[in-house]
Design a protein around this ligand. Structure first.
Ligand code: FES
Length: 359
């Protein structure tokens, strides 16, 4: 009997099943639904989680974060995230220090994102992972392996030291057992004993690793500077920018950003702006013409949960209690959710006075 597909609209609570130490600063957290259900997603997608970091705090506020799934879709009974503990990182520190098997969290979105092989089909790939940017590739490669697929893939995993390489032993097994997959691990520093490439990734090093790199579709995930730097170098090297994709919640092209934010004043007739009431905060702010709800909140000193600010990640998802907005989102909210009164403040311009509440 096939299990029902998990739907966060019906039950968004996930139970932590296991916590696994990966490196000194990285842990994997395994979740299942409360009742037997299966998860349906594409490798490379992410979920938006709501973590109750400080239940006894002033308003019991939840902190929202997007995490890419590291488990593959081929193992649908559970899903996993693999998280590096960042110095000063509120959520990653809480996860590492407090989340234990049996505890629950909320996942308030369905799997989101287009950083997937299905969205970027190609005969040959070069996957570039910086640090914990390995997570979408773990999901992809585990899925390919589970399916017994062959794949013309070169994965390059860069990390500070050999101790920071994530799932090093597993990557070696995947490479040994998946026809066509090659994994190259590159520490930026080591004790001199590392037998392979070391140092900062560059187009020149990548050309040594994959001499046909200009013919490969390149998927990059890692810190923003890591992705931007490599992308720049690869374009200069002669790679087609159309073949370069990165997991990112930001858009370099301001025209695209403007379009996604729905902030084209020409589309909005002259008016003096509208009041926006944040019901859960008991505050009302003025939203000037062409400004998004998120921008108006920020201008008034209110910090709403947000990540991409471009209608993509779903982190800012809220409830529109009353009023109308022009929302130019990029996939961060589903039609069903919109019909239920949910919206994304980061890409919504008020068309009337609004009352907004958290989910
Ligand atoms: S902050 Fe990402 S969708 Fe609004």
């Amino acid at each position: 009997m096939s299990l029902p597909v998990w739907d966060p609209d019906l039950d968004d609570v996930l139970v932590c099943r296991a916590v696994r130490t990966v490196t000194a600063t990285v842990k994997t957290f395994v979740f299942a639904a409360r009742t037997p259900q299966r998860f349906s997603f594409r490798a490379g997608q992410h979920l938006v989680f709501a973590f109750e970091i400080d239940p006894g705090g002033a308003d019991g506020a939840e902190v929202l974060r997007s995490y890419t799934l590291s488990s593959p879709p081929t193992r649908p009974d559970t899903l996993s995230i693999t998280v590096r503990r960042r110095s000063g990182g509120v959520v990653s520190t809480w996860l590492h220090h407090h989340l234990r098997p049996g505890m629950t969290v909320r996942a308030i979105s369905e799997p989101l994102g287009e950083f997937t092989l299905e969205d970027h089909p190609a005969p040959r790939y070069l996957m570039l992972a910086g640090g914990s940017g390995i997570t979408p590739f773990l999901s992809m490669l585990r899925g390919l392996h589970d399916h017994g697929h062959t794949a013309d893939v070169v994965l390059v995993h860069a990390a500070h030291t050999t101790d920071d390489l994530i799932q090093r032993a597993e990557l070696e097994v995947l490479a040994a057992e998946t026809v066509g997959l090659r994994t190259v691990l590159v520490p930026s520093s080591d004790d001199g004993a590392w037998p392979g490439h070391r140092g900062r990734l560059s187009a020149a090093m990548l050309a040594q690793i994959a001499p046909d790199l200009a013919e490969r579709t390149v998927l990059t995930c890692g810190p923003e500077t890591f992705m931007a730097d490599l992308q720049h170098q690869l374009v200069e090297f002669g790679c087609d920018p159309g073949n370069l994709h990165r997991e990112s919640f930001t858009f370099a092209d301001p025209a695209v950003a403007l379009q996604l934010q729905g902030a084209d004043p020409a589309e909005h007739p002259a008016h003096a702006g509208f009041p926006v009431e944040f019901a859960h905060l008991g505050r009302t702010v003025h939203c000037p013409p062409g400004s998004t709800v998120l921008q108006a909140a920020a201008a008034a000193g209110i910090t709403l949960p947000s990540s991409c600010s471009q209608g993509l990640c779903g982190t800012c998802k809220s409830r529109l209690v009353s009023g109308e907005v022009d929302m130019q989102h990029a996939g961060g909210v589903r039609p069903k959710e919109i019909a239920q009164g949910r919206f994304l403040p980061c890409c919504s311009v008020p068309l009337t006075p609004l009352v907004v509440d958290r989910l």
